[in-house]
Design a protein around this ligand. Sequence first.
Ligand SMILES: [Zn+2]
Length: 241
Amino acid sequence: MTRISISISVDFEPDCPPYLSSTFRGIERGAPALLRLFGDSNVRATYFTTGEVAEKYPEAVRALIAGGHELGCHGVTHTAFDTLAEHDARWEIERSSDILRAFAPVDSFRAPYLRFPEPYVALLEQNGFTTDSSLAKYKRSFYRTRQPTTVTRIPASMTSSVLRLPRAIRNPWLLSLSDPVVLFVHPWEFVDLTHEKLRYDCRFRTGAFALQALGEVIALFRERDAEFLTIRELAARERAA
Ligand SMILES: [Zn+2]
C-alpha cells in the first residue's frame, strides 16, 4: 500500500471574513497556539497569508518562517476574485507578491473563499507562481473544464469547519479522503468566537476545542504513517511524477 500524503494549510487572514474581518484576534491569539501545536507535533504547514496581515503583523510572518513553514499568498485584502475586474485581480496578486516576497520566497497561491476564475490563473503564471491551491474537491466548480497551465493545481480536500465536528476523527469521511489529503484551517478558529454574531459554521466549537481537534487529526494521520508535506513539496512531487 502506498503511503498517504497530507498537507495542512492555514489561511492567514483577518477574523472570519466577510463577517468580522476588521479584527485580527486569530493572528494575535490563535496563531501562537497553532505554531506551538505544529512545533510539538512536528508538522510543517503552508500559510496562505494576506498582504494586509503581513503588513500589520510582520512578526507573525517571521515567526511562521522561523518555524520552518512555507509562506504562501492569499491576496491583499481577502476579496473574492470572482467579484474583481482583471485590473483589480492583477493588483491583488502583484501587490501581495511584493509584500510577501520581502519575507521569503513565495510560489504557492490560494484565492480567498477558494473562488478563483480560471482566466486569472494566467496572472499567477505571469507573477512567478508555480502552484495554485484555490480549487476544492468538494465544490461543483472543481468539475468544470480547466485551461492548460504551467501552474500545478493542488485542490483542498474538504472545508475547515468539518474538523470541528464532534468526534471529527471518528468520522469515516476523514479517513476516506483520497490522496493527497489537503486540509486547511484559519487562525481565528483557535480563538473562542462561540458568542459572536456569526454564521454557525464559523463560530461553533472555536477556541480550545478546535485546537484539540486539529491535534487529534494530526495524531490520527501520524498513526496511519501519513507523510506530512508542505503544498510546495506536494506540488514538486506532482511535477516530478
Ligand atoms: Zn481566506
